[in-house]
Design a protein around this ligand. Structure first.
Ligand code: NAD
Length: 390
């Protein structure tokens, strides 16, 4: 374990290693933050992991505020409330502490507090990010407590528009946290459902980035090692949450997924975004459900790539071997094989399925799928995932 301590400067400064949360006061000083707003979610706020982190700030006599009104798929009212607390408390930076939900909301508070346009004007579309006043963005420190989204090393925040029931990705280069503390000890308390779902999220990011068309060997290289780390360590972290080595490798794999998906994502995400927005399901778990159906759908375009990947990961049998390994991993992690296992009492009529397919094809991730995601294809994928037919 002592060897799994490091400092990286890519894609941002990352202080990696067990116990490094104690460096938080030093990190605040390095970023020039004097009155941080500590943003977390209500579940975490009650856990010892938050209490012990706040104690570090107390002992260093850092004046801070806490905001924890963060839904699992954060919504605009969470952002508005957080900005209110940020401004009233005269905060000058954010410590975003938690899983993807708290990290994204914390990042968006730091971003949006100084903007005059609505947050939706900064959706990840073309160069919309240039509309933002970048001088008004407060510095961000990110501390992940799950190992999945990689939001700590990403330049985006995801937020649900409650009016349109759509998940929107807000993008700005300065949404990239200035410093990350990636301390695997903080992830030890994750319940097994969240360990599984977040770990599969990291796998989905690496896999879709690797399969996305386009020339990006750096992203591909990061993705294949990320995938190897997930296959090797996620079952261990799931079986024994206190396995700090497995937790550490999963924290790396999560960051690698987000670094790799600058290349693109694909149909797993295009389908899981509308499902998450309409049914409030866990993002990573939803990706995990869709994974084998999308792999099979893309087969003709990715067979050779996946065979190379399988060989690197030590998985025998080329594409088929890899597809089987994904199903085996899902089973081990108790991922529902079909959508009704994830959404209790699911009863989708034709109109609802059509709506989801429509939302999937316009999702920004659809463009990264190696095979064009038409409405017909999205409908077929959805029906397969409901019936459990790979
Ligand atoms: P999450 O942040 O929603 O957390 C899930 C649950 O786990 C919460 O109840 C939380 O309290 C609990 N939890 C977190 N850490 C814990 C710990 N150490 N111990 C005990 N409980 C813990 O889950 P997530 O999967 O990390 O994030 C999902 C969110 O991230 C979604 O909103 C999704 O849209 C977003 N996302 C963002 C990006 C990005 O690039 N910014 C990428 C993927 C997903």
């Amino acid at each position: 374990m002592s060897k799994l301590i490091s400092k990286w400067n890519y894609p941002t400064t990352v202080r990696f290693g067990a116990g490094r949360i104690k460096e938080l006061p030093e990190v605040l000083a390095a970023t020039g933050i004097k009155r941080p707003l500590f943003v977390t979610d209500p579940g975490l706020a009650k856990l010892p992991v938050v209490a012990s982190t706040l104690r570090i700030l107390d002992e260093a006599k850092v004046p801070y505020g806490v905001f924890s009104e963060v839904k699992p798929n954060p919504v605009e009212s969470n952002l508005t409330a957080g900005i209110g607390v940020f401004k009233r408390g005269k905060h000058d930076g954010v410590i975003a502490f938690g899983g993807g939900s708290a990290l994204d909301l914390g990042k968006l508070i730091a971003f949006q507090a100084g903007q005059v346009r609505p947050v939706w004007d900064f959706e990840d579309v073309g160069d919309w990010w240039t509309r933002a006043n970048s001088d008004a963005i407060a510095p961000i420190i990110a501390v992940p407590t799950t190992a999945g989204t990689g939001s700590e090393v990403g330049r985006a925040g995801v937020i649900t528009n409650e009016e349109t029931h759509t998940k929107k990705v807000i993008f700005h280069p300065k949404l990239l946290p200035a410093i990350v503390i990636a301390d695997p000890e903080l992830s030890v308390g994750m319940p097994s459902f969240i360990t599984a779902g977040t770990g599969m999220d990291a796998l989905a990011h690496c896999l879709e980035a690797y399969c996305a068309p386009g020339y990006h060997p750096m992203a591909d290289g990061i993705a294949v090692e990320g995938i190897r780390l997930v296959f090797e360590n996620l079952p261990k972290a799931y079986a024994n949450g206190k396995d700090l080595v497995a937790r550490a490798h999963m924290m790396s794999a999560a960051a690698m997924g987000a670094a790799a998906f600058q290349k693109g994502l694909g149909a797993i995400h295009s389908l899981s975004h509308p499902i998450g927005a309409l049914y409030d399901t866990h993002h990573g778990m939803t990706n995990a459900v869709f994974m084998p159906y999308v792999l099979a759908f893309n087969r003709d375009s990715i067979e050779e790539r996946i065979a190379r990947l399988a060989a690197y990961c030590g998985i025998k049998g080329g594409f088929d071997g890899f597809a089987k390994a994904v199903i085996k991993l899902r089973k081990e992690l108790k991922v529902p094989h079909a959508l009704p296992g994830l959404i209790k009492g699911l009863d989708m009529d034709k109109k609802r399925k059509g709506l989801i397919a429509d939302m999937a094809v316009v999702d920004p991730t659809a463009g990264g799928n190696p095979v064009k995601l038409t409405k017909k294809a999205a409908l077929t994928l959805l029906e397969n995932a409901i019936a459990g037919t790979v």
